[in-house]
Design a protein around this ligand. Structure first.
Ligand code: NAD
Length: 510
């Protein structure tokens, strides 16, 4: 399989068998009501697939299957070696299916197919492999007691997990949740975003092929207000892991409070800064990182660093270099392996982004660059990169998450102002800082109020490093790293009282 031409990906697209049903108790399932919803291709606006709109009946069936499999112990009490074997096999199956899954994801999300292949051929299976490898190396603790007791601290799977996913990295977000949840021994009911259900459904089929017992992984499809809410309010789900907007994350806390007080892990929005200190050199590498930080995935990225904080004296040069670099980032057909930027997820989302941009202009942000979309792409929900200068911290465009292809500079005078502006938001997901001075780098790393700080390069880390937000960006829960397992485990203390040893040998001391 080569990825050199559009013909290759079009051929795969033409041969794809797209899932058309939910996945409950090890088998494809329709909605008993017969209700359906459509998934559109954002690059063309055409209907791509029709899927069941899962209501209470399907969510109840999925939760019952998950509960049964959890109680039976077919997975929750399977040996660590067995769980490892299945997850490693799943990683291998995903790698083998990556070209097909990448085209499927590109069609439903509008993401460039090269990005999809990089994620689905790399990071996604790596997650199943890493957590699969971790299971038989996870130990509990023995507490420091005196001789009169032995206290064990054990970690057990939390039970039935509901995973509710966003559309911006469909299979990657599924892997971030499912790999540690399954490794921990949980059974899962996952709801992909209604825009991007197909690859998660395909993953469930691969999981069965890998040997995951029926009922352990269920996928219910449908809109958030229906299917997502039913998961949030379900009385027999023990924990929900959610990634999405802060607004909906808030609802999940309410659902838990008004149902069974399930545990809720939240990964939410952001308004992350990219900070260039005055000793940094504006090298092509720095500009590449600045552009990736703001425009990767067309800016539809929770950790998008769209607030770029630069020394006032460097702002004009910085903006000129950014605009120059953007000449090679025009939106294009996501199925073309050469495309670096696809459309917005939907026409509705594009309108929301445009409204943010219009408000920014009305509030006095200086429009520096507005790219253009090739008229041949008019049927899709495309939006070209936009760059603003002279943002001020109070402007809504500098405070609210936009989730689109926009970069804005906030000029500052000195390090203290840079730090104050960087921290001047209610979010706290990510930050990047560029400096050649290690003291300054560590000073910023310590003072920035967020879950991840990247120094001299935009990155979210990898499978080994925890990822999550502070403030309105998240709860204490973390995806990735050893910390992710904690979301899916209960801690149990076993206190064993011991009698003082008695010497049973006649007449002798111990
Ligand atoms: P969203 O909150 O609209 O939807 C996320 C999920 O919640 C979807 O599955 C949706 O169907 C469901 N949902 C929507 N309304 C619901 C309701 N009333 N009740 C229950 N479920 C409901 O978010 P989105 O537009 O899909 O994704 C974009 C958001 O996700 C952005 O805010 C972004 O920052 C965030 N995000 C965060 C991370 C992270 O790790 N922190 C990663 C990716 C995306």
């Amino acid at each position: 399989m080569t990825w050199s031409t559009l013909e290759d990906t079009r051929r795969i697209a033409a041969e794809l068998r797209l899932p058309s049903r939910a996945f409950i108790d090890g088998a494809p399932a329709a909605a008993r009501s017969g209700a359906l919803f459509e998934t559109l291709n954002p690059a063309t606006g055409a209907v791509l697939a029709t899927l069941p709109l899962c209501g209470a009946d399907e969510v109840d069936r999925a939760v019952a299957a998950a509960r049964r499999s959890f109680r039976d112990g077919v997975w929750s009490r399977a040996t660590p070696e067995r769980r490892k074997e299945v997850l490693l096999r799943l990683a291998g199956l995903i790698r083998a299916a990556a070209p097909r899954l990448a085209v499927m994801e590109s069609l439903e999300s509008g993401k460039p197919v090269s990005d999809c292949l990089k994620e689905i051929g790399g990071e996604v299976p790596d997650f199943f492999q890493w957590y699969g490898e971790a299971i038989d190396k996870s130990y509990g603790d023995v507490a420091p007691t005196g001789d009169a007791a032995c206290a064990l601290i054990m970690r057990e799977p939390i039970g039935v997990v509901g995973a509710v996913l966003p559309w911006n990295f469909p299979l990657l977000m599924a892997a971030w949740k499912l790999a540690p949840a399954l490794a921990a021994g949980c059974s899962v009911v996952v709801k992909p975003a209604e825009e991007t259900s197909l690859t998660t459904l395909a993953l469930a089929e691969l999981a069965i092929e890998a040997g995951l017992p029926e009922g352990v992984l269920n996928v219910v499809t449908g809109p958030g207000e229906t299917t997502g809410r039913l998961i949030g309010q379900h009385g027999d789900i023990d924990a929900v892991s959610f990634t999405g907007s802060t607004e909906v994350g808030r609802l999940f806390l309410q659902y838990a409070g008004s149902s069974n007080l399930k545990t809720v892990g939240l990964e939410m929005g952001g308004k992350s800064p990219f900070i260039v200190l005055d000793d940094a050199e504006l090298t092509p590498e720095l500009i590449d990182h600045a552009v990736t930080a703001a425009f990767w995935n067309a800016g539809q990225n929770c950790s998008a660093n769209m607030r770029q904080i630069v020394p006032r004296r460097l702002q004009d040069e910085y903006l000129a270099r950014i605009v120059d670099r953007l000449q090679s980032l025009a939106p294009g057909d996501p199925l073309d392996p050469a495309t670096g930027m696809g459309p917005m997820i939907s026409a509705g989302h594009r309108r929301r982004v445009q409204a943010h941009l219009e408000r920014g202009r009305a509030e006095g942000a200086r429009l520096v660059h507005a790219g253009r979309v090739d008229p041949a792409l008019a049927a899709g929900s495309y939006l070209a990169p936009v760059v603003f200068g002279d943002l001020t911290a109070g402007m809504s465009i500098a405070r609210e998450e936009i989730f689109g292809p926009v970069l804005g500079t906030l000029p500052v005078d000195g390090m203290d102002e840079a730090l104050a502006v960087a921290n001047g938001t209610e979010y706290g997901l990510h930050a990047t800082v560029f400096t050649r001075d290690i003291d300054r780098a560590l000073h910023f790393a310590r003072r920035l109020s967020c879950g991840t700080v990247a120094v001299n390069g935009f990155t979210e880390g990898d499978v080994k490093t925890p990822f999550g937000g502070w403030g309105k960006s998240g709860s204490l829960a973390r995806d990735k790293g050893r910390e992710a397992m904690a979301q899916y485990q209960q801690v149990k203390t076993v206190w064993i009282g011991l009698k003082t040893p008695v010497d049973r040998r006649a007449g002798g001391a111990a």
